[in-house]
Every structure is written in structure tokens, then in C-alpha cells.
Design a protein around this ligand. Structure first.
Ligand code: PLP
Length: 384
């Protein structure tokens, strides 16, 4: 069969300026990377603590390959579970200060598995309008009624829950919003959740290892406890995979019901060992302290240039608006020596395109000052 509709569909994507092309990096995730034969300052990495190249993390992954091989070989409930994976889950539970934790193959699969296992027809999910796509997809898969509330709007959550006659109720939110860098108002969310007997789930993909006194994430930062702590191993933990942490009962239930946990091959040993070693580095050396210094330096430079900064974290968007303009600014930044990707719909709402810049703990002062110089040049040329 000739799938002629593909041609039209692709033309439509291209006409809207939404066609995506893969870019190829020829070096490790580092403050400066090599792309198309040029060195660029990397302002687009989620390796926020720079641990993907940390010697202890790399060596732990190499040692795990030597001992366990390259792949897990099977799903966790068949023959793919190892003492290495058990010990990572224990370490995550200790780090998050919860009774138990479990890991999934990706953060995306964690949200799919957790939300669809916990919620069902007759239940209600309240989801922030700026939540990550994996939360949106988990909600869809659950078959529960989904009510998308305006960004960080606790009054609206309160109103919707006040009217609800559903069986179970869940409020789910990014801890740090992935495209805006602002933080969910967890104390207020907790308060309305308790008032209406709803569960709270936080996605700490961008907060784990970064936010809070113990760097546990958003709940640590806000000094509250939540029912379901979700996060990834793929960003500050420098590896691959996702986790959920909470009560022993929650984890026992999810192990038995989360389909994206049960019906897939376990994480490779190198990823498990890498995440474990990254957690050790976070607890012992606190690399996030340097990240926060970098955030201050960068934000000061941006504010001096006239940018207004709403972000509270290491993710700092520079708003560009329409898609064409977003792509022009990203291309100009690249010409000026900075990799900072333009983000377009549907990742962000229409007309709210942006350059999503993010900092790493391993950026030097020189990296940041050079990046600011490049941004200043582009701002003067194109206006931002
Ligand atoms: C908020 C949020 N949740 C979940 C994910 C998915 O995590 P992963 O990349 O580990 O699948 C991401 C990242 O891409 C994210 O930004």
C-alpha cells in the first residue's frame, strides 16, 4: 500500500514551521560540545550537575558492564532483576526519605505506568496545563476524567475538587516546569488535597538532585510531603530511567499493576550503576551548590541586558513568541557559538515559542560570560 497521506501530513508539518530534524553531537554532554565540526557552549543539556562525565559515575557504569554485561536480558519479574537494581531502589528511597521506591526504564514510562495504574474510570485527575507530555499521556491511558487546571491555580483546584463526586482524586503536577523553570506551589496544593481527600503526585524530573535542602526535589524545597514522588534518572542523575518513591503499599501496588514496569526489559546494568553513583556524588559533594552559583551569575547578566526572568531554577527560557522568530533566534545563537534550542508548539502553547536555556554545575564562569556575550549580540541584532 502506498501511504500517500504521509506526503500531505509532512507538508503540513513543514508549512507550519514545526518540522523537527535531529542534530548530531560528536562529543560527551559537557559545557562545550562539538556539533557540525564546531565547538559550541552547551545551554541545552538536562545533565544539570554535569555528572554524565564525572569519573566516579563513568567508572561505576564501566564496572557494572564488566560484572553484569551490557543488557538486563529480561523483564524484572522474569530473570532481569539484579542485586544492583534492588540496591538502587533502596538508595532512592533513602535519598527521597520514603519507605520504598521502584525504577522504570524511562521517566516517560514511569508517568504512563504510575498514573494509569492508580487511576481508572470513575476517578478524577487534576493536571496543570503546563505538565509534561508523559503526564498527559498517562492521564489519557488511565481512562479517568481529566480536568486540566490553569497553571499553578490552587483556587481552581479547590473549586473543581469541591464539586467532585468521583471515587479517587489525584492532583498531578511537574515540580519544576520543564519549559518555564518555575516551581509548583506544593504547600497550597497539599492544603486543598487534604481538604478534599485527594492524592498528590509530583514529577521531579527537573528537581531531583537540584532543589531543596537535601536536594531531594520540590517537596524538600517546599518542606512538605507528597503521596507520590516521581522523577527521572536521566537528567541530574546522569543516566537513563525513571523512579517513583512513596509508601511501601504504593510501591507494592505499582509493581503489580504498572504495565510499563511489568512488560518491558529491566534497565541495563550500566544505567543502574551510573544512577547509583550519581546519587552518591549528590549526597557527598552537593554539586548543585555550584549550579545555583551559575544560575545567579547568568540571571544577573540577563537582567542587566533587560530580560525579565520568571524562572526560579536552572531552566531559564528566553521568550521569542512566534515559531519563525524562535527558529531565527536559535540559528543566530548557534552562529554566535551557543547551542540553545528553540522550543515550538506543541511542546509549548502557540505563540509562546522560546529559547530554552539551561545551566550545568560544570559550566565555568568563562562559559557563562561567553554565552551572555553571544546572547547580547543576538539581542542587539534581532531584538528579544
Ligand atoms: C517533567 C518531565 N517528566 C518526565 C520526563 C520524561 O523523562 P525521561 O526523559 O527520563 O523519559 C521529562 C523529560 O523529558 C520531563 O521533562
Amino acid at each position: 500500500m502506498k501511504m500517500s497521506w504521509l506526503e500531505d501530513a509532512l507538508a503540513d508539518i513543514r508549512n507550519k514551521g514545526l518540522y523537527r530534524e535531529l542534530r548530531t553531537i560528536r562529543s560527551a554532554q559537557a559545557p562545550r560540545i562539538t556539533m557540525d565540526g564546531r565547538e559550541l557552549i552547551h545551554l541545552s543539556s538536562n545533565d544539570y550537575l554535569g555528572l554524565t562525565t564525572h569519573p566516579k559515575v563513568k567508572n561505576a557504569a564501566i564496572d557494572a558492564v564488566e560484572k553484569y554485561g551490557t543488557g538486563a536480558g529480561a523483564a524484572r519479574f522474569t530473570s532481569g532483576n539484579t542485586d544492583l537494581t534492588d540496591s538502587l531502589e533502596e538508595k532512592i528511597a533513602r535519598f527521597k526519605n520514603t519507605e520504598a521506591a521502584m525504577v522504570f526504564s524511562t521517566g516517560y514510562m514511569t508517568n504512563l505506568g504510575v498514573i494509569s495504574a492508580l487511576m481508572d474510570k470513575g476517578d478524577l485527575i487534576l493536571s496543570d496545563e503546563l505538565n509534561h507530555a508523559s503526564i498527559i499521556d498517562g492521564c489519557r491511558l488511565s481512562r479517568a476524567e481529566v480536568n486540566v487546571y490553569p497553571h499553578r491555580d490552587i483556587t481552581c483546584i479547590d473549586k473543581i475538587l469541591g464539586r467532585s463526586t468521583h471515587n479517587k482524586k489525584l492532583i498531578v503536577t511537574d515540580g519544576v516546569f520543564s519549559m518555564d523553570g518555575d516551581i509548583a506551589p506544593l504547600p497550597g496544593i497539599k492544603e486543598v488535597a487534604e481538604k478534599h481527600d485527594a492524592m498528590v503526585m509530583v514529577d521531579d524530573a527537573h528537581a531531583t538532585g537540584v532543589l531543596g535542602k537535601h536536594r531531594r526535589g520540590t517537596a524538600d524545597h517546599c518542606n512538605v510531603n507528597v503521596d507520590i514522588n516521581m522523577g527521572t534518572l536521566s537528567k541530574a542523575l546522569a543516566s537513563m530511567g525513571g523512579y517513583v518513591a512513596g509508601s511501601q503499599e504504593l510501591i507494592d501496588f505499582l509493581r503489580n499493576r504498572a504495565r510499563s514496569f511489568i512488560y518491558t526489559t529491566a534497565l541495563p546494568p550500566s544505567a543502574v550503576a551510573g544512577a547509583k553513583a550519581a546519587l552518591d556524588v549528590i549526597v557527598k559533594d552537593d554539586p548543585a551548590a555550584k549550579l545555583w552559583q551559575n544560575v545567579s551569575l547568568y540571571n544577573k547578566g540577563l537582567k542587566d541586558m533587560g530580560f525579565s526572568i520568571d524562572s526560579q531554577t536552572q531552566i531559564i527560557p528566553l521568550m521569542t513568541g512566534e515559531t519563525g522568530r524562535t527558529l531565527d533566534v536559535a540559528a543566530e545563537l548557534e552562529r554566535a557559538g551557543v547551542l540553545a534550542l528553540g522550543i515550538r508548539p506543541p511542546t509549548v502553547p502557540k505563540g509562546q515559542g522560546r529559547i530554552r536555556t539551561s545551566l550545568m554545575a560544570t559550566h565555568s564562569k568563562m562559559d557563562i560570560l561567553d554565552a551572555l556575550d553571544a546572547i547580547r549580540g543576538v539581542k542587539e541584532k534581532l531584538g528579544m
